[in-house]
Design a protein around this ligand. Structure first.
Ligand SMILES: O=C(O)c1ccccc1NCC(=O)[C@H](O)[C@H](O)COP(=O)(O)O
Length: 209
């Protein structure tokens, strides 16, 4: 199966095109006001008709209301909804078949109960005190050895162009997700790092196929 690659924390239309040019499959828009990568749904709505046509657009929310999510979906035409807070399985169900549930993990116990989420995919990120995501920290991938997710697994947390190949080889995820590892500055992506990330991830996936 081909590896899906998502570049998260895009805040400009220019970076959205760069992500497509680099060969990624999806981009993430952080609709969480406390993030340095926050972009307003109204801003994204102004990009309408000028977005890269074939990229999957993922809206990321942290403990948002269903109303807030539906509004952003309507304004921005989101393909997926990434729930990156403390949302319950029932909330994931209410969001519907576009929902990706993100979970923060540090140890094997953090994986318990994740199969209760009726999610399109499970995204596993590093657990860091006081932060919901985008920290640049990795978790111990070995704790995934005995984990059998019911949904496709997307690996995140501290990935970068230099470690993504090893991550793909060891975890064999359905997809990988990166934010700070391909940044020039918070909220701005670096084209060269993004291109290298995609190239190295794809090469590792092909070699392991
Ligand atoms: O990116 C953020 O600022 C952010 C804030 C709050 C919740 C989630 C956030 N990002 C989520 C992502 O999808 C990141 O790609 C993921 O956490 C990995 O980040 P990084 O370790 O920086 O690659």
């Amino acid at each position: 199966m081909a590896l899906a690659i998502k570049i998260c924390g895009v805040t400009t239309l220019e970076d959205a095109w760069m992500v497509q040019d680099a060969g990624a499959d999806a981009l993430g828009l952080v609709f969480y006001k406390k993030s340095s990568r926050y972009v307003a749904p109204e801003t994204v709505a102004q990009w309408a008709g000028r977005m890269p046509p074939l990229l999957t657009v993922v809206g990321l929310f942290v403990n948002a209301s269903l109303e807030e999510i539906r509004r952003a979906e309507f304004l921005c035409g989101l393909d997926r909804i990434q729930l990156h807070g403390d949302e319950a399985p029932e909330f994931c169900q209410a969001v519907g078949p576009r929902a990706i549930k993100a979970a923060r993990v540090a140890q094997a116990d953090d994986l318990l109960g994740l199969n209760r989420y009726p999610a399109r995919a499970l995204l596993l990120d590093a657990k860091v005190d006081g932060a919901y995501g985008g920290t640049g920290h990795a978790f111990d991938w070995d704790i995934l050895r005995r984990f059998e997710p019911d949904a496709p697994l997307i690996l995140a947390g501290g990935l970068n162009p230099d470690n993504v190949a090893e991550a793909v080889r060891r975890v064999q995820p359905h997809g990988v997700d990166v934010s700070s590892g391909v940044e020039a500055a918070p909220g701005r992506k670096d084209a060269e790092k993004t291109r290298r990330f995609v190239e190295n991830a794809r090469a590792a996936a092909v070699a392991g196929a």
